[in-house]
Design a protein around this ligand. Structure first.
Ligand SMILES: [Zn+2]
Length: 343
């Protein structure tokens, strides 16, 4: 299949496959570890096999007679016996790639694998579903909209909102640069109109341009989706099409490389079980080493009281906390506009 994709699509494809392989290998590691824990004799035999292999190589190099080939074969026989005994496949160390043809590389020889079509649909679906506003970028970041006056109400008068924002922008750029080596969780909190969503969008747009696959979703939408999913789960005869669609969306959110949740607030209060669903989502992503960025107007200390203690403990434990303070830019801009139109 000779195909030509634009640079951006190529980047996204290669990132997609890289992550798919990593995920398959991560699951393999977990599986192998649990096998070793349950059957220590298997681990012992694998270790012996490695040792015997090393001795064999050494002997070959130094021109020794190969008497230990026999030992290696014996160990392998024993290993096969034990694996069969416990019904463990002999290739248990092979990752379970989702494409058996290309092993999640997207390529066979010098042409694209047929799984590329499925992946493209997935990637495009994501692009169409949830992305940040495209104009909220570092290039469009104007520090001058933030007040340069120190005010005792903000940052105890130690920093002007502009100085604080300059620091936060540096942190955000560093986050982007370190994303692949050290993907961290962030919680951006502060009152309305202080630039939290804007900064999160800058990060998301920059990473998206680098081919990172991400989901940017408003908390209200996420909670709606989780409630819908739960209703379908509890329904005796759910509409299969609706169920598939909701599951697909949720799967996307669960597995995307970076999840950005905008404006975590109190909107889900009263919706049954949504907090538990959010906690499961956050835990799944944490265990899979998939980062989350959230914005919200609640201080970490207010999260337990107004939200949920379990969410608070996760955020304060696993998230870098970024504080935003300053006058509400939205009312300021609206005021400015009104004054202008009054002229
Ligand atoms: Zn393939």
């Amino acid at each position: 299949m000779t195909r030509n994709f634009d640079q951006y699509t190529k980047k996204r494809l290669s990132r997609y496959y890289e992550l798919a392989r990593q995920e398959a290998e991560r699951l393999r590691d977990r599986k192998v570890n649990s096998i070793y824990q349950t059957y220590p004799e298997i681990k012992e035999l694998e270790n012996k096999k490695i040792q015997a292999g090393i001795v064999q190589i050494r002997n070959k190099i130094s021109g020794f007679v190969e008497q230990n080939t026999f030992e290696l074969a014996e160990i392998e026989q024993e290993l096969t016996k034990v694996l069969n005994l416990y019904n463990i496949p002999l290739d248990y160390m092979e990752p379970d790639y989702s494409c058996k043809i290309c092993h999640d590389r997207g390529w066979i020889g010098d042409s694209y694998c047929s799984c590329v079509d499925r992946v493209l649909i997935e990637i495009n679906q994501q692009t169409n579903l949830y992305l940040p506003a495209p104009d909220q970028t570092f290039a469009n970041f104007d520090l001058n909209v933030f007040s340069n006056q120190k005010n005792p109400v903000f940052f105890q008068g130690q920093l002007s909102p502009q100085e604080a924002m300059r620091g936060l922008r540096t942190i955000a750029k560093r986050y982007v640069n370190n994303f692949h080596d050290n993907p961290e969780n962030l919680y951006l909190f502060g009152t309305t109109g202080t630039g939290k969503t804007f900064l999160m969008s800058c990060i998301a747009n920059e990473l998206s341009n680098k081919g990172v696959n991400l989901v940017f979703i408003r908390a209200v939408k996420l909670f709606e989706l989780m409630a819908q999913r739960r209703t379908l789960l509890n329904s005796f005869s759910p509409d299969p099409e609706e169920r598939d669609l909701v599951n697909r969306k949720f799967d996307l959110i669960n597995k995307t490389e970076l999840l950005c949740i905008d404006d975590i607030g109190l909107e889900a209060k009263g919706l049954l079980n949504t907090y538990s669903d959010l906690i499961v989502l956050l835990d799944d992503r944490y265990n899979a080493n998939l980062p989350v960025i959230m914005t919200g107007n609640l201080k970490p200390s207010e999260l337990a009281e107004d939200y949920d203690e379990r969410i608070q403990s996760r955020i304060t434990g696993n998230y870098q906390l970024l504080m935003f303070e300053g006058p509400d830019l939205r009312t300021q801009t609206a005021k400015g506009k009104m004054e202008q139109s009054a002229d």
